[in-house]
Design a protein around this ligand. Structure first.
Ligand code: 13P
Length: 274
């Protein structure tokens, strides 16, 4: 079933549950994620970055998504992740994505509000949902020792939600994108204060490597969407590498990658979402 974040996140947020967001990098990954959710009877969010959108093409991604989501009973969101350029947002909306994230977190506050508000207005008209970000979740490119200044300020989060009317808010509470040497410490106190102020579904980015117990605590404090990307890309890439050393053809290699991804997605869904 095709669905938006707007429909799926508020009940999860109220019930202290979270829906998992999985970053896909191939069309087969979409099948793996949707089949995993379907087999466990759990909702899933299929997400891709603009780089993936522009490599695979909006029509291909949406074609595969619809061909699966329209025929399965479990809810499936198709979400464009971390987008900084409006042209990518328009591309996703016109292709049939049901959700987009506009990431103005590196911009000055007023510019972030303005950009996010523009996207919310168009997305509303298209009937899809919008995730925004305030504070900035660091990635590989950032010096992890110096990101405390980018943590989300609860008062700023409150005014951002009020001014933009986003459906979900990504917050920076200590997690980081990608693999890292030192395990990031989540700032639960900050998360609790943000949650008291904004009262909308919050999003935890950088899910790879965060212990399940920390993720569960974050869910009890307002996180209703958990994003997982890097570990799945690494798993599929490693599977392709391993299998291609053996005497397999391209179809078997791609299928092995999909099966591994599906297995891991199921594990994560059982550990966190159920
Ligand atoms: P990881 O790549 O660290 O799992 O983070 C994914 C993410 O937050 C995508 O938005």
């Amino acid at each position: 079933m095709e669905i938006t974040l707007k429909e799926i996140l508020p009940p999860a947020y109220r019930e202290h549950r979270a829906i998992l967001h999985f970053n896909i990098h191939t069309l087969e990954d979409i099948e793996g994620v949707v089949e995993a959710g379907y087999e466990l009877d759990l909702p899933v969010i299929v997400a891709c970055t603009p780089r993936v959108l522009n490599t695979l093409g909006g029509r291909s991604i949406v074609g595969v998504y619809r061909s699966l989501a329209d025929y399965c009973s479990t809810p499936v969101v198709l979400h464009l992740d971390h987008t900084t350029e409006l042209r990518d947002i328009w591309r996703a909306i016109s292709s049939g994505f049901t959700s987009v994230m506009i990431d103005g977190s590196r911009l000055p506050y007023e510019e972030n509000v303005q950009l996010t508000r523009t996207v919310v207005e168009v997305a509303r008209a298209a009937g899809i949902s919008v995730e925004g970000e305030i504070g900035a979740v660091p990635g590989k490119e950032d010096d992890l020792k110096d990101y405390s200044k980018d943590l989300t300020d609860p008062d700023m989060a409150y005014s951002f939600v009020l001014e933009t009317e986003v459906d979900a808010l990504a917050v920076s509470i200590g997690s980081a994108h990608g693999f890292y040497k030192e395990l990031p410490k989540l700032d639960f106190e900050r998360l609790g204060s943000i949650n008291k102020k904004v009262n909308i579904p919050l999003v935890l980015h950088g899910g790879t490597g965060i212990p399940v117990s920390d993720i569960k605590k974050a869910i009890s404090l307002g996180i209703a969407k958990v994003n997982i990307g890097t570990e799945l890309l690494a798993l599929v890439t490693e599977t392709y590498r391993e299998v291609s050393r053996l005497d397999y053809d391209a179809l078997e290699i791609v299928d092995a990658g999909k099966r591994k991804l599906k297995e891991r997605v199921k594990e994560l869904l059982l550990e966190i979402e159920r």
